[in-house]
Design a protein around this ligand. Structure first.
Ligand code: PSU
Ligand code: MN
Length: 307
């Protein structure tokens, strides 16, 4: 469980883990850099409720005053959601932020790391980072993909946004040995929409099958995680043309304004939301809720296998 002096596991999470009860990790960059206040903290509270109602314990992950936290309190989530100077912390920032006693919000990559440290195997979010469009020239490839290759945590998401190059993202995951499992879909979902035109590696029928594949992967000592791609419910899917127009505009602003590095994804998310009149934010929130339901089921199925 608590193998590191840098990590605090919330007592409720620690108890669930020691009993072998299902626990679901959640990230905090989606709160601090992925959505505006106060929608972000409302989303964070509701997603925890959904996980609890589905019989699992939520563990929202972040860094508070230099401590890695597996399970944030409501006050801590509010802090990360309200303060605009909270750092976006991926793998490479973790040592700096903890050593200097600062607070930060964890990305998919760093959330996976902290989840693995705590012994949590299932993690729910909205979308993963990936290979950006134009990466042939910019080399902008999210550290999330490397983390999926090395850290044993399953990430339940709604696929990858078409702010990314979805085809290259899938190629990268294949090269790095990461299973991409479509949750009741043959098509890899494109976050705001249910399909991307690219196929998943394998379609799973439900939580039991996901748990069996994860148990086999880790049981045979294979490193790394898995992507479980769960499409946004049809009732909340966005209009493809509207999304694409907004994404094209936002992408052209990125290059015109010379935005680079870790600022790119938060900028694109915020601009797409503005350009769609908030429609993308609504869809984003709903797909996270949908992932929470599926993630809690997978965590429960995996916990039942593990004991
Ligand atoms: N995609 C979203 N919402 C988010 C992110 C991605 O729809 O909040 C965040 C996640 O924390 C993800 C990170 O890990 O952005 C990826 O950032 P980058 O592209 O800089 O690696
Ligand atoms: Mn990047």
């Amino acid at each position: 469980m608590n193998h590191t002096p840098y990590l605090d596991v919330h007592p409720e999470v620690a108890e669930a883990l020691s009993n072998g009860d299902p626990v679901v990790a959640l990230e905090s960059t989606i709160i601090s850099h992925g959505m505006p206040y106060p929608d972000n903290i409302r989303m964070a509270a509701e997603v925890e409720d959904i996980i609890r109602n589905a019989g699992a314990v939520p563990a929202t992950i972040g860094i508070i005053d230099g401590r890695l936290k597996a399970g944030l309190s409501e006050v801590e989530i509010d802090y990360l959601g309200k303060h605009t100077d909270v750092a976006k912390v991926s793998r490479r920032d973790m040592a700096l932020i903890t050593a200097t006693g600062r607070s930060g919000a964890t990305t998919v990559a760093s959330t996976m790391i902290v989840a693995a440290m705590a012994g949590i195997r299932v993690f729910v979010t909205g979308g993963i980072g990936g290979v950006h469009r134009g990466a042939e020239a910019t080399m902008d490839i999210s550290a999330d993909l490397e983390e999926l290759a090395r850290t044993p945590v399953a990430v339940v998401c709604a696929g990858a946004k078409s702010i990314l190059d979805i085809g290259l993202t899938l190629e990268y995951l294949e090269t790095r040995g990461v299973p991409v499992l479509g949750y009741q879909t043959e098509d890899f979902p494109a976050f705001y929409t249910r399909t991307s035109g690219f196929r998943v590696d394998h379609t799973i029928t439900g939580a039991q099958e996901a748990a069996a594949i994860l148990a086999a992967q880790w049981g045979m000592g294979l490193s790394g995680g898995a992507v479980i791609a769960n499409p946004v419910p049809a009732s909340h899917e966005m209009d493809l043309a509207a999304v694409n127009t907004a994404i094209e505009t936002a992408l052209s602003e990125v290059s015109k304004q010379g935005i680079s590095g870790k600022a790119v994804t938060p900028f694109l998310l915020a601009r797409v939301s503005e350009l769609t009149g908030g429609a993308s934010l609504k869809t984003n929130i709903q797909l996270v809720f949908n992932n929470a339901r599926v993630g809690a089921e997978i965590a429960s199925a995996y916990a039942a296998k593990a004991c």
